[in-house]
Design a protein around this ligand. Structure first.
Ligand code: CAA
Ligand code: NAD
Length: 302
């Protein structure tokens, strides 16, 4: 795709990120590190605190790399990034002064639509809206607003501060200037953009999810152990993590949510064998073994 520059991007100064969880906090961090004024929004002071903690511990790693033996410089770096971050529990008020709103809340269509309908009334006309959804159609989310031309997908990867890719999703309504603004914003974060149509899983998850599910089926068939599958994909295919390590990292509830949604009705993937839900994963999720975040998934982290 051709990535042109735009004047709309130059106009992006204030960014609001709604959802300060794993992904939202990461997006807040990289935007603030790149000099944007960012407001992080979540449902309660407690959730905002969690978001701030995610940012602090990640920034500490970045600061250590940047200023190895200079603790004063590390502190100055961290303080400077936090100077660019405000927090709020009022999404509408935050959107009222935003040039770009990025949504990274729970992966539920109705919840996202409700949020965006409210933001659409509160935000100025020029404000661009973007969703970080992993698996829901951007067009369905945008349909809750009257600004389909100023709406796109901005899909980051976990861990956001480390992963260099952002997928930019155009719906049939996304305008050229919106697409250009999202592209320029991505580059300003020192990330590499790729573009994709509004299809299930876009590029990365469309390939990664069937791959992870086939790894589970391979082990279920008794052909190899999960440990050997992980080692094989790391040493034989150059992946930084094997598929079982990666599922634990992403969260098994997230993997389940994506496959269930696609298999049950995801545009073009309904009943598709490639994304058939896995009984092994269902059982783990039922037992609250969600991966790293719960201390246990395919592997034990306690
Ligand atoms: N914040 C800042 N820096 C971080 C970080 C964080 N949260 N996590 C890791 N890093 C940095 C480390 O500081 C380190 O930096 P240097 O190499 O410059 O020293 C580097 O990342 C490597 O970290 P570690 O040495 O601790 O560990 P590692 O080598 O095992 O790397 C990893 C960790 C980057 C997560 C790597 O294993 C990896 O890339 N794994 C695959 C991740 C992946 O595929 N993510 C996509 C998931 S799918 C998704 O996100 C889409 C979706 O919709 C579900
Ligand atoms: P998370 O559960 O860590 O964080 C979600 C946050 O949103 C929570 O802090 C929650 O309190 C907050 N929230 C929920 N409803 C809200 C509302 N109405 N208003 C404001 N805040 C609200 O989830 P996550 O892993 O950060 O995922 C967020 C989004 O990013 C999802 O759409 C997910 O599919 C997508 N995503 C996840 C990954 C991943 O690997 N986890 C990768 C890429 C994209």
């Amino acid at each position: 795709a051709a990535f042109s520059t735009s004047s709309a991007a130059a106009a992006i100064k204030n960014v609001t990120v709604v959802g300060g969880g794993l992904m939202g906090a990461g997006i807040v961090q990289v935007a603030a590190q790149s000099g944007y004024k960012v407001t992080m929004v979540d449902v309660s002071p407690d959730s905002l605190d969690k978001g701030r903690k995610i940012i602090s511990s990640s920034l500490a790693r970045v600061a250590k790399k940047k200023h190895a033996d200079d603790q004063a410089a590390q502190k100055a770096f961290v303080d400077k990034v936090f100077d660019n971050i405000a927090t709020s529990t009022d999404a509408a008020a935050a959107a009222a002064s935003a040039d770009l709103v990025i949504e990274a809340i729970v992966e539920n269509l109705a919840t996202k639509q409700k949020l965006f309908a409210a933001l659409d009334t509160a935000a100025p006309a020029h404000t661009i809206f973007a969703s970080n959804t992993s698996s829901l159609p951007i067009g369905d989310i945008a349909s809750a607003t009257k600004r389909g031309d100023r709406f796109g997908g901005l899909h980051f990867f976990n861990p956001v501060p480390q992963m260099k890719l952002v997928e930019i999703i155009r719906t049939k309504d996304t305008s050229d200037s919106t697409f250009a603004a999202l592209t320029d914003f991505t580059k300003a974060l020192s990330k590499s953009p790729v573009s994709c149509k509004d299809t299930p899983g876009f590029i990365v998850n469309r390939l990664l999810v069937p791959y992870m599910l086939e790894a589970v089926r391979l082990v279920e068939r008794g052909e190899a152990t999960k440990e050997d599958v992980d080692l094989a994909m790391k040493l034989g295919a150059g992946y930084p993590m094997g598929p079982f390590e990666l599922m634990d990292y992403v969260g098994l509830d997230t993997v389940k949510f994506i496959t269930d949604g696609w298999y049950e009705g995801g545009v073009g993937l309904k009943g598709e064998k490639l994304v058939e839900p896995s009984e092994t994963i269902n059982e783990l999720v039922k037992n609250k073994a969600l991966g790293r975040k719960s201390g246990k998934g395919f592997y034990d982290y306690s």
